[in-house]
Ligand binder design. Structure first.
Ligand SMILES: NC(=O)c1ccc[n+]([C@@H]2O[C@H](COP(=O)([O-])OP(=O)(O)OC[C@H]3O[C@@H](n4cnc5c(N)ncnc54)[C@H](OP(=O)(O)O)[C@@H]3O)[C@@H](O)[C@H]2O)c1
Length: 335
C-alpha cells in the first residue's frame, strides 16, 4: 500500500532557494525494514553541503537530505519484530530524514527512552556521537589533558567542549568574537579564528594532547604544529572552503597527506581521520549512553532554532548566518 507524504527535495545543487517541499509516495516497508513516522530531523553541515553538491562522495541530485532522525514506528516489514508500533526510535540515516516517513533497515534503529526532550535527543545522533567517539575511541582523552577544538561554538564543537570537560580535560579552541563570553563562561579558553594567535599560545605552553579539526586543508598543518610529542590530531571534515567561500580542492589528497604524517614516527606526533558510521559496533551503545546522560541531565544540548519542514529554506539560511550556539532542528510533524 502506498501513502502520500511531504518531503524536502534538492532538485539540483545550489543556494537555499533550490530547496522545495514536495509530495511523494512511500510504499509499505519491505522485508527487514520498518516504516517510521519522522518527528524530528536536523539541519547539519552535511545537509547543507549536500544541497551545495560539495559533500564528499555524495549522491547526485535530485535527493532528499536529512542525516539523522527520531520517529515513531508505524509498521514492521516481514521478519521485523524488535519494535512494536508506537515505539520511539532514532537512526543515522545519512539521506532522506527530512520527510514525514521513511522505510529504514531495522538493524540500524536505536530505541529512544521515554521522557527525553526529543529535539535535544535528535541533536545527539550525529553531532554528539561524533564528539563522544572522537574523545573516547580516537583520542582517549583523560583527566588533566589539554585539548584544542576548532569551532567551539559549532554543533560538534559544543559537544566536544562539554564531553571533554566531563572527562576532566582542559579545553582550548576557536570561535568568533561574539561568542567568546558564553564559551568562556562554560570554562573554555577561547581564541578568535580570524587571528592565528592560538598557534603561538599553544606552542608556548608546550603543545596539546589532541586537536579536533573539521576544517582541513592548511588548518591540518596548523593543528599539527600545536601537538606536543605523543599528541594526536583528529581530522573529521573539510569545511574550510565552505566557511570561507573559497574553491574546494580534492579532499582525498588532503586526507592522505594528513595520514602520511604518521610516517614521521620520530616526531612522536600522530594523526587520524574520523568518520561516523552506523555500521560501527560503537554507534548504538554510544548513542544509548548519550540518551541516558541527557535523561540524567549530565549534558546540556543547546538548540539554535527549531523550524517546520515548510521552512527548510530559512533553516539553511540560519545555518549560513552562523548565529547562536548548537544544533538546528526540523520539527517534521508540525504544519
Ligand atoms: N566526520 C564526521 O563523522 C562528522 C560528523 C559530524 C560533523 N562533521 C563535520 O563537522 C563540521 C562541523 O559541523 P558542525 O555541524 O559542528 O558545524 P557548525 O555548527 O556550523 O559549526 C561551524 C563552526 O565553524 C566555525 N567557523 C566559521 N567560520 C570559520 C573559519 N573561517 N575558520 C574557523 N572556524 C570557523 C564557527 O564559528 P562561529 O559560529 O563562532 O563563527 C562554528 O564554530 C562539518 O564540516 C561537518 O561536516 C563530521
Amino acid at each position: 500500500m502506498e501513502t502520500t507524504i511531504r518531503k524536502v527535495l534538492v532538485p539540483h545543487f545550489g543556494d537555499e532557494s533550490v530547496l522545495q517541499v514536495t509530495q511523494a509516495n512511500i510504499a509499505s516497508p519491505q522485508a527487514g525494514e520498518v516504516q517510521v513516522q519522522i518527528l524530528h530531523s536536523v539541519v547539519a553541515g552535511a545537509d547543507v553541503n549536500m544541497r551545495r553538491g560539495t559533500y564528499p562522495f555524495q549522491k547526485k541530485a535530485p535527493l532528499t537530505p536529512g542525516y539523522s532522525m527520531i520517529g515513531k514506528v508505524l509498521d514492521n516489514g516481514a521478519g521485523c519484530t524488535k519494535f512494536a508500533p508506537g515505539t520511539l526510535v532514532a537512526c543515522l540515516t545519512k539521506y532522506g530524514a527530512q520527510a514525514e516517513r521513511m522505510n529504514l533497515p531495522e538493524k540500524f534503529l536505536v530505541p529512544v527512552p521515554q521522557g527525553l526532550d526529543l529535539r535535544q535527543a535528535t541533536a545527539l545522533i550525529l553531532d554528539w556521537v561524533t564528539a563522544y567517539e572522537m574523545l573516547e575511541h580516537s583520542a582517549k582523552v583523560t583527566r588533566g589533558q589539554r585539548i584544542f577544538v576548532h569551532g567551539l561554538s559549532g554543533a560538534v564543537g559544543t559537544a566536544l567542549l562539554q564531553l571533554a570537560q566531563l572527562r576532566g580535560a582542559v579545553v582550548f579552541g576557536t570561535a568568533s568574537a561574539s561568542k567568546h563570553a558564553e564559551l568562556s563562561a562554560s570554562g573554555a579558553v577561547v581564541f578568535d579564528y580570524k587571528q592565528k594567535e592560538w598557534i603561538r599560545e599553544m606552542q608556548r605552553m608546550g603543545g596539546v594532547d589532541s586537536v579536533f579539526d573539521p576544517l582541513g586543508y592548511q588548518s591540518f598543518d596548523e593543528s599539527y604544529s600545536i601537538l606536543r610529542k605523543g599528541g594526536l590530531l583528529v581530522g573529521y571534515g573539510q569545511n574550510l572552503p565552505a566557511l570561507t567561500n573559497t574553491p574546494r580542492t580534492a579532499p582525498v589528497p588532503m586526507v592522505l597527506k594528513l595520514l602520511a604524517r604518521n610516517l614521521a614516527f620520530w616526531s612522536g606526533k600522530r594523526t587520524t581521520f574520523f568518520g561516523l558510521s552506523r555500521d560501527s559496533k560503537h554507534f548504538a551503545p554510544d548513542l544509548a549512553l548519550l540518551f541516558n546522560w541527557l535523561a540524567e541531565k549530565r549534558i546540556r544540548v543547546p538548540i539554535k532554532a527549531v523550524f517546520a519542514l515548510a521552512d527548510v529554506q530559512e533553516a539553511h539560511r540560519m545555518y549560513a548566518r552562523g548565529s547562536g550556539v548548537g544544533s538546528i532542528v526540523l520539527d517534521v510533524s508540525s504544519h
